[in-house]
Design a protein around this ligand. Structure first.
Ligand SMILES: [Zn+2]
Length: 236
């Protein structure tokens, strides 16, 4: 997958298995337009997923900034259900979430092949723990076999928040997850998620360095503004 396709290919940790075996993890770039999933997926979502992954079943959710994760292959139709994360053991099923500054997180259990994609903003931080629980219960996934990608999102350079939020984040997710700098307060979604993953025993993590607010290839709620922002689709 090349970037001029409109999709940004995400990297699994370098010490992962050979890349040919790894599932594709992709993020649509801003140039592809608004990949809205709620209240109903935008037309371009179906057109683009069919173009990139022809013939795959595509499952999405109505995102609410929750820590709710669904199994996408449990025999129940869950497309459009409320939630912010999906887990699937079926390689033919494409699962996706939309993001615009919130962090897309991808998980892959190299033993069972189970995969997850998550929408993890500040409200939903901790959803990665819930996804790991479902992967453990449904697929006997062991933390040592899990590979994780923390995708492009708003980074600590740009994520200024009220003091109370930064302090609450630091208290819950670690000192490096909420801090002050030059008189302002910031949160670091990547640090928070790395700390959670480490506590869960997941050490094979690749953190994408791109900041969605700084880097105009990506959509950003904060850069584009609440009335104009577009969403990117994260799929695995
Ligand atoms: Zn930035």
């Amino acid at each position: 997958m090349r970037e001029d396709s409109g999709w940004f290919p995400l990297s699994w940790p370098a010490y992962s298995l050979p890349s040919a075996e790894a599932p594709s993890a992709l993020l649509s770039l801003a140039a592809l337009g608004d990949m809205r999933l709620k209240p109903w997926p935008a037309e371009c979502v179906f057109a683009e997923t069919a173009r990139i992954f022809p013939g795959r079943r595509f499952v999405w959710l109505s995102q609410e900034h929750t820590r709710i994760v669904h199994r996408a292959d449990g025999g129940r139709e869950i497309a459009g259900s409320a939630g912010d994360g999906l887990v699937s053991g079926d390689p033919q099923t494409l699962i996706g979430v939309s993001v615009a500054d919130c962090m897309p997180i991808f998980l892959w259990d190299t033993a069972s092949g189970a995969r997850a994609v998550l929408h993890s903003g500040w409200k939903g931080t901790g959803i990665v723990r819930e996804a790991l629980r479902l992967m453990r219960e449904g697929f006997a996934a062991q933390a040592a076999n899990v590979r994780a990608i923390l995708g492009p999102g708003i980074r600590a350079c740009c994520y200024a928040v009220p003091r109370e939020r930064a302090c609450a984040f630091a208290a819950e997710f670690g000192e490096d997850a909420g801090f002050s700098r030059s008189g302002a307060w910031y949160i670091d979604l990547a640090a928070a998620n790395r700390n959670i993953l480490a506590a869960e025993g997941v050490t094979h993590v690749y953190t994408h360095p791109e900041c969605t607010r700084c880097d105009t290839r990506f959509s950003s709620f904060r850069r584009q503004g609440s009335g104009n922002f577009t969403r990117m689709l994260a799929v695995i």
